[in-house]
Design a protein around this ligand. Structure first.
Ligand code: GLU
Ligand code: ZN
Length: 488
């Protein structure tokens, strides 16, 4: 029943959106769109100590920036809201009261110290440390006594100790958990806040979620959640646990492997399109072996069957390669608008210039973008159009600025350009070729020092494209200045 698919991305706002989270969100979105379903965003902010509003906003911002738009959730609303768990406490309370009344949950008065002690003892005796169920059958009198002692109870759910809990995972296949390893876990903390395993189940049911697509690390929570579904009398949704993302050395991906959050990648000059393309292929593979895979195409082809069963290995080189592709191929106005913030940040242009000289910046971006892999690199590579050259690339100096001959070539070149009435790609090129012929040298011998003189670099767009955009006066001035620099 395709039209009933409802999936959700349910981040805890305890930091920025990392690529693992972004991939989970993306797979949910692709699955929803492929099935004509609904993609819900729910913020799981019941952990009051670790959750922040700033983080929730940052996650929302990163998802929007990536273009992973949700159908229901924060800033959007929807029929099953509110979409922040902190605004849904009444519902959790109602459901936990129902479980208490039905005898499926109970108050536990054990203090953290007592629990720790018993855990220690179990470990010493070589047993698995599980809650021992000691508050399962307290009499009213015992409860009153504990209350009188001022103990604040938690609420635990009764979990069967025999049998198995089976997860038929859409990616992992059948995973069997022995109930003997489960215990009566806490569903409400003593501060009146539900735990993740409870709130998540109540919400997935209330929001009519049909498929739970999430990170593999939650597979171990799934038997607990299934027990909660059973106790609450809810229908159990389908589960799909997506394998981990590992660092290139196959260790857990962490800060020491470089950028891991979406905002960091953005700030380094990666395009949203490239990140989405890269994440699409991180753990999912299409039928062919195409590497360039836009969101639209991914929506058409996505299926959970083709999600890999083994961990994906993160490879920044591939991401960078894909980024270079989108930098070259996307609409030039879009790229120009993306590169301008990098130019502003680096002080290459002012806000005012960015506005006034937009067309000029666009022309420069158009001739330069083929050689850059990130927006940051692109901004650096075009800085010389806006700022005088103060340094020349060292290896270029050795090769192209060697002695008086180079200085002389630059002076002659400058004179040839200065004479031109019409200053176009063709006219400047012709002038250079004619001069080279006159001097009995190859045009390249004139072109290389000129490029170094006017851009400070040995590589870049075609020289005559640069010259025309830089303009006659500035080109000539820089060539003369370089000649002086060589002679000094
Ligand atoms: N809030 C959980 C997390 O961020 C969500 C887990 C789930 O999708 O059920 O890890
Ligand atoms: Zn207890």
């Amino acid at each position: 029943m395709k039209d009933t698919v409802r999936v959700r991305f349910a981040p805890s706002p305890t930091g920025s959106l990392h690529i693992g989270g972004a991939r989970t969100a993306l797979f949910n979105l692709l699955f929803a769109r492929n099935n004509g379903g609904t993609f819900v965003l729910r913020i799981e902010d019941t952990d009051t100590e670790r959750s922040t509003e700033e983080s929730a906003m940052q996650i929302v911002r990163s998802l929007r920036w990536l273009g992973l738009d949700w159908d229901e959730g924060p800033e959007k609303g929807g029929e099953f809201g509110p979409y922040f768990q902190s605004h849904r406490l009444e519902l959790y309370k109602k459901e936990v009261q129902r479980l208490l009344a039905e005898g499926k949950a109970y108050y536990c008065y054990c203090t953290p110290e007592e629990l720790a002690e018993r855990r220690e003892a179990a470990l010493k005796a070589g047993k698995a440390p599980r809650y021992d169920g000691c508050c399962r059958n307290l009499t009213d009198e015992q409860k009153k006594k504990f209350e009188a002692e001022g103990r604040k109870p938690t609420i635990r759910i009764k979990v069967p100790q025999e049998g198995q809990t089976i997860v038929d995972d859409l990616i992992r296949g059948r995973v069997v958990f022995e109930n003997s390893v489960l215990d009566d876990f806490i569903i409400f903390k003593s501060n009146g806040i539900p735990t993740y395993n409870f709130a998540c189940v109540v919400d997935d049911n209330a929001m009519k979620i049909t498929h739970i697509i999430r990170a593999e690390e939650h597979l171990s929570n799934t038997p607990k959640q299934i027990q909660a579904y059973n106790a609450l009398g809810y229908e159990i949704p389908q589960f799909a646990h997506v394998p981990m993302i590992l660092a290139p050395d196959r260790s857990k991906l962490s800060k020491r492997h470089g950028a891991t959050s979406v905002e960091e990648f953005r700030d380094q000059g990666y395009l949203a399109e490239a990140i989405v393309n890269y994440l699409t292929l991180l753990g999912w593979s299409p039928e062919g072996n195409e590497e360039i895979f836009g969101m639209e195409k991914a929506i058409k082809e996505f299926s959970l069957e083709r999600v890999n069963k083994t961990a994906a290995v993160y490879d920044v080189k591939k991401l960078t390669w894909i980024n270079g592709h989108y930098l070259r191929e996307l609409d030039i106005d879009y790229i120009t608008k993306q590169v301008i913030p990098f130019m502003l940040k680096k002080g290459i242009i002012s806000e005012e210039e960015a506005e006034k000289r937009y067309e000029y910046i666009k022309q420069i971006a158009a001739i330069s973008r083929d050689r850059s892999k990130t927006l940051d690199e692109l901004a650096d590579s075009i800085a010389f159009f806006f700022k005088d050259v103060t340094e020349y690339e060292e290896k270029g100096v050795k090769k192209h600025f060697a002695g008086e001959k180079a200085a002389e070539l630059l002076i002659k070149g400058a004179e040839a350009l200065e004479k031109l009435d019409e200053f176009t790609h063709d006219s400047t090129e012709k002038a250079f070729r004619a001069l080279a012929e006159n001097m009995g040298i190859k045009a390249a011998e004139l072109i290389h020092p000129t490029r170094l003189a006017i851009s400070g670099r040995t590589v870049g767009p075609g020289l005559f494209e640069i010259i025309v955009l830089l303009g006659k006066e500035e080109t000539v001035r820089r060539m003369r200045k370089a000649a002086g620099w060589i002679r000094k």
